[in-house]
Write a protein that binds this ligand. Sequence first.
Ligand SMILES: [Zn+2]
Length: 308
Amino acid sequence: MKRLVLLVAATALALGAAAQTSRNALDGVLGNILRGQLPVPGAAANPAPAAAAPAVAGDLIGLLMQQGGSIDEAREIEIGRQLAAVLLGSKPLHADAGLQRYVNTLGRWIALQSSRPQLPWAFGVLDDAGFNAFAAPGGFVFVTKGLVDRVTEAELAGILAHEISHVTERHHLAALRTKAQAGAATQLLASQLRSDSAVRQAVQSQLLGLARNLYSSGLDQADEYGADRLGVALATRAGFDPYGLPAVLQQLRTQAPDNPLFSLTLATHPPAQARLEQLEQAMGQRLDAHAGKPAVRIEQRVAAQARR
Ligand SMILES: [Zn+2]
């Protein structure tokens, strides 16, 4: 219990202390995604193989298509950055800077407890009325405004932790490779393209096709169940009520599949009832000691943050 209290206190402290940093981070990281200039973390100390250079960017599709071998972190981040730009290209960020700051701070706090705290985690709220959450390799996570409006803080924490787990387990990266190898992309030879901008354009249009394919068809069911289990553990470790994600699944369970606001989420995930049953089997009552925290509304947090 003592540990839990400490965790909660640490959460509050971190959320407070990180507010300023996160304000800069929002302007910095998300702005950089939009401008396509995300700095590769650790690049200064340990010169990464210039992930943003056009020659390497031209290589990304080839890399995804290659059988076997692993994709290093700098390239994973570069692939994710391009995918994040695709997502932001179809849905812009919501204009509420206070809300963006809060979600970014919350997401970063949770990601710090994950197995890959060193990634350049960036979280954003998309200006969309639907109920959706998306992640891209390397630490990019987006939720829609329609989702944020329908959940409590613990529920949002559960959703972010689910998306963070997809990133730490490299689920999207694996799915992209499978799709690229199945012929959804064609080999791109950077040397055949005349200019850097031609390479960049060709890569972007190929990644756009792969990304559309990925985000409309979803991940493997096993990856979804895995992200649910890891997500609940992660949200709990970060000090939130373990029942946040299950509560969201309860909400999804009662939605009609043809409700346009929920249809993409429902179509790209296993049935909510099956996810709840899997979680119940995995959790049992083991996390009940961490449950029962008072629900916090997101507007409360955003308002409190604005007063600091
Ligand atoms: Zn998922």
